[in-house]
Design a protein around this ligand. Structure first.
Ligand SMILES: [Zn+2]
Length: 345
């Protein structure tokens, strides 16, 4: 094996409460990873220090590693060209924060920063379930709905980076108000909290709804019903739970129909905590798609489950360095990643 092939990327996945950091190979394999606490609610410097702690931990774990660059994924609005976090709801510590250049000062290797769903999209397109497809639309369904579009190995970012917020495209303009401020976003229908809300509404309006298996699984309290309880109850044959999921399947079809008609991707890759559930609904979603996609070739878009699970954004942070041919050796082989100088406290 050549020396080049042994070089690795230090990947960082920043969340609202935790930071994961790990080493990723050129083949997209996560060889080691660590977690540290995120300080999202303090000063910008506190947030940066927490990220550095995680990076230092990862470097300590793999001392001999030859690291050519750092990739960072962030759950928010990012100007990827400038390496700036514009804003992130779960990271109030940073507003227009130049994260890439701050990290470059400490570690003296180039740093790239991207939105986490877009980074995950890149990892899936390059190494995962979207491999071999020219255009890949990735959707992570969980607490929220994140999306990313990758065409010819590149993330589509729009004018300054925020493009690809498919979770906040509208399914019903009279629908419930979303966290983003708009009404009836896809996130209000196909996320975990949306499924739980749909279940609670159905339980409340159905005579005898409280005898549903969903309520039993939620320890007798409909307020505790989650997407997981709905899935379990539906699998056990509960008719109300099945109705909730049928509705989710139709909402998913409406949304994917929009995506297919607008983008006509070769593949749609579904990840996130609800990936398994969404993929299990595919026969129903496909049936509804004939009403909600008008492209004559809508059936040719593959819909597949993501390969990376909870580590998709970590792999994606590394993928930021593998999206074009010339970046395998980002530092030109001259620089070695510096260990951060600790300031005396
Ligand atoms: Zn929204």
């Amino acid at each position: 094996m050549s020396k080049m092939a042994e070089r690795k990327i230090l990947a960082v996945d920043i969340g609202g409460t935790k930071v994961a950091a790990g080493l990723v190979t050129t083949a997209g394999k996560i060889v080691s990873s660590v977690r540290a606490k995120m300080a999202a609610h303090g000063s910008a410097a506190d947030g940066l220090a927490a990220v550095c702690e995680a990076i230092d931990l990862a470097l300590k774990k793999d001392r001999g590693a030859d690291i050519s660059a750092v990739g960072v994924s962030v759950p928010g609005w990012v100007d990827a060209n400038a390496g700036t976090v514009l804003s992130a709801a779960n990271l109030p510590c940073w507003k227009n924060f130049r994260l890439a250049s701050e990290l470059e000062k400490h570690y003296r290797v180039p740093v790239r920063v991207a939105n986490d769903a877009k980074a995950a999209a890149l990892a899936e397109a390059r190494w995962g379930a979207g491999r071999g497809y020219r255009s890949v639309f990735y959707a992570t369904l969980g607490t929220g709905v994140g999306t990313g579009l990758v065409v010819d190995g590149q993330i589509y970012s729009g004018r300054r980076g925020p493009a690809g917020e498919g979770g906040h495209t509208i399914i019903d303009f009279r629908g419930p108000v979303c966290g983003c401020g708009k009404r009836g976003c896809a996130e209000m229908y196909i996320s975990g909290p949306a499924i739980a809300r749909g279940a609670r509404e159905r339980i409340a309006k159905t005579p005898g709804g409280n005898s549903s298996a969903m309520v039993k699984l939620a320890e007798g309290n409909a307020a505790n019903v989650t997407a997981e309880t709905v899935a379990k109850a539906a699998a056990a044959g509960d008719s109300l739970a099945r109705q909730v999921l049928d509705e989710m399947a139709e909402h998913l079809a409406i949304w994917l129909g929009n995506i297919i008609d607008l983008l006509e991707p070769d593949a749609i890759v579904i990840g996130g905590g609800l990936a398994e559930l969404a993929i299990s609904m595919l026969p129903k979603v496909r049936k509804h798609l004939c009403c909600w996609a008008c492209s004559p070739e809508y059936e040719k878009t593959a819909i597949v489950k993501a390969s990376y699970g909870a580590e998709s954004a970590l792999a994606g942070a590394a993928a930021l360095w593998f999206s074009d041919a010339k970046i395998h050796d980002a530092s030109g082989g001259k620089r070695k990643m510096a260990r951060r100088k600790r300031s005396a406290k």
